[in-house]
Design a protein around this ligand. Structure first.
Ligand code: PHB
Length: 310
């Protein structure tokens, strides 16, 4: 039993009390466009997480990307499907936010951007109606918002030049709905591929300094959820801890010991886990007892159905 575990120390996220620092990361699992009993079971079994951030969820039909069977928050049946999930997680004593996702990839004109920002707000209001404790704006990977931030993906419109403006406008608008709002960034994800499999790519200083400027401007948020380098490197988080005073969730490649070290040293306020939560619904207990972890079988990542999921 790890008595003085930093990961098991409660912490407040704004006015939300997290009983521990073990966060479940948003994880695409392709189990249906409308959340079902299967989703309820999946999330409920992980309700002991300090915070669940539910999988990337499309804000509108236009936001849908290449993955099939990913849920949304734009149709009434999705709102009520999610409500069943959040009610159960809350009944079990948990906390659950949801990641709002737009895959991007077709050039956007200014009216489309304006409409897209409105779609983020509608999805955030729907997230509240669905009982979520807040939303995370996906600005990671190769998706819409990152397409304005990441020099390898950059595209321009007349009104929205490459840079942080789209993200900042989305954040302002969504904050205006009264939601608790976090953001996920991946400054080290420089591959143009949607699978983050480029461990040796090192972002150039220009890229990192762009993200530095952005991170300095995020202090009104509930949290910053930061994906570290693909090749695990705890030191990479030092840069962001210096720039960001708020609640920092570190992610990518952590195990119990490195997560303990990150929280104990103050480098992060919490650590999120994807693959460990897939294979270990009781991850918090396993960490507490320093038990061995099960290993996820990737073959079931996107298959649909209960196998490898619940
Ligand atoms: C991530 O943000 O780490 C991420 C997003 C989408 C994926 C995989 C990883 O498909």
């Amino acid at each position: 039993m790890s008595q003085g575990s930093a990961l098991l120390r409660p912490v407040t996220l704004g006015d939300l009390v997290l009983p521990n620092r073990v966060v479940m990361a948003p994880t695409t699992r392709c189990r249906g466009c409308v959340p079902s009993e299967l989703h309820a079971l999946h999330y409920a079994r992980r309700a002991a997480a300090g915070l669940i951030i539910a999988e990337g969820t499309w804000i509108s039909p236009q936001a849908i990307g290449a993955y099939p069977n990913v849920p949304g928050l734009f149709a009434e049946e999705q709102v009520s499907g999610w409500r069943r999930v959040t009610d159960l997680v809350h009944a079990l004593g948990g906390r659950i936010m949801v990641q709002l996702w737009h895959a991007g990839a077709t050039p956007l004109t200014l009216p489309e951007i304006t409409a897209t920002i409105a779609d983020y707000c509608t999805a955030a209001r729907n997230a509240r109606r669905a009982g979520f404790d807040g939303v995370e704006i996906a600005a990671n990977g190769t998706y819409l918002i990152a397409q304005f931030l990441n020099p390898r993906l950059i595209r321009r419109t007349d009104a929205y030049r490459a840079g942080p403006r789209l993200l900042l406008d989305v954040l302002d608008a969504v904050l205006g709905t009264g939601c608790r709002v976090g953001v996920r960034l991946s400054p080290y994800w420089t591959a143009t591929d949607s699978t983050p499999a480029c461990p040796d790519y090192v972002p150039d200083e220009e890229t990192l300094s762009r993200y530095d400027d952005l991170v300095r401007r995020l202090d009104s948020l509930a949290y910053l959820h930061l994906r570290g380098p693909t090749r695990f490197d705890l030191d990479a988080f030092t840069r962001y801890r210096k720039l960001f005073d708020g609640f920092l969730i570190a992610n990518n490649g952590f195990g119990r010991e490195s997560a303990e070290a990150a929280v104990e040293s103050g480098l992060a306020d919490a650590v999120s886990f994807a693959r460990h939560f897939i294979a270990n619904p009781d991850l918090v207990t396993r960490f507490a007892l320093d038990q061995e972890l099960s290993v996820a079988d990737k073959a079931f990542n996107y298959t649909g159905g209960p196998a490898g999921y619940v």
